[in-house]
Design a binder for this molecule. Structure first.
Ligand SMILES: [Ca+2]
Ligand SMILES: [Ca+2]
Length: 248
């Protein structure tokens, strides 16, 4: 059955170590590397047997191509499985708050919010952007990485031949990120139109902005919330009606 199926493969022209030999075109499925075939067919690979004393301490677990990573409740990180790209050579980290695993790379968010990455560097999937800042969520694709900054902005780096890191310009602030083999996902925050100063709260500061623009068109402040051309009582009603934290 497998021999009759075909898998389209497109691979970059250069990858020196651990190179996948097929560089584009169509291959019979039975000739594709086991790893691709399993991934395309949705077959989960067999994971290493988990040691009993690990499970008692696990806060979160993530699985990469052939390795697994766990975050213990004390913030320490444990990794096991395939280590040919040093994906389980966990650096000295200190306590972490999140972990993630890509194809052959591993990621963690340190307790100070900074992202660390180790393992396969062939596609710069571990070249964490210098201006990344603090992050609240991370995810690893097959050869790329994605992070959610604490201000809700999304950053992506690594392999991008399928535009998996072409973050949409109108994405805005997000609440969560995830990664597939060759694609990325972000959950966009619901726009909070009454939050005129963009601090994720509808409060007195926004009321001040509105009153400062009273009877005008609102201009760049966005104080004309209902877009009827004038900052008026209708906009005041919208602010009072959505008073409090913006929804995530
Ligand atoms: Ca506000
Ligand atoms: Ca209005």
């Amino acid at each position: 059955m497998l021999g009759r199926q075909w898998l389209r493969t497109v691979q970059p022209a250069s990858r020196s170590r651990n190179m996948l030999k097929h560089r584009g075109g169509v291959l019979p499925l039975h000739r594709t590397p086991n790893r691709w075939r399993r991934q395309m067919l949705g077959i989960q690979h067999q994971r290493p047997v988990q040691h009993a004393n690990r499970s008692r301490c696990m806060l979160k677990r993530r699985g990469g191509g052939y390795h697994s990573i766990a975050l213990r409740t004390d913030g320490t990180v444990r990794c096991w499985g395939k280590n040919d790209m040093y994906q389980c050579k966990t650096p000295t980290l200190g306590p972490c708050s999140r972990v993630a695993a890509g194809g052959d790379h591993t990621m963690a968010i340190h307790s100070n919010g900074l992202v660390r990455c180790w393992g396969d560097w062939h596609y710069d999937q571990c070249s964490t952007p210098a201006n990344l800042g603090t992050c609240s969520s991370i995810a690893g694709g097959l050869y790329h990485s994605i992070a959610l900054r604490t201000d809700g902005a999304v950053r992506c780096w690594g392999y991008y031949n399928y535009d998996q890191c072409s973050t949409p310009v109108d994405l805005g602030t997000c609440s969560s990120v995830a990664a597939g083999l060759y694609h990325s996902i972000a959950i966009q925050r619901i726009r909070c139109t009454s939050d005129l100063n963009h601090d994720n709260q509808v409060n007195g500061a926004d009321l001040g902005v509105l009153l400062g623009q009273w009877a005008t068109s609102g201009g760049a402040t966005g104080a004309d919330i209902n877009a009827d051309g004038t900052v008026n009582g209708a906009d005041l009603g919208l602010i009072l009606g959505t008073w409090g934290p913006c929804p995530n």
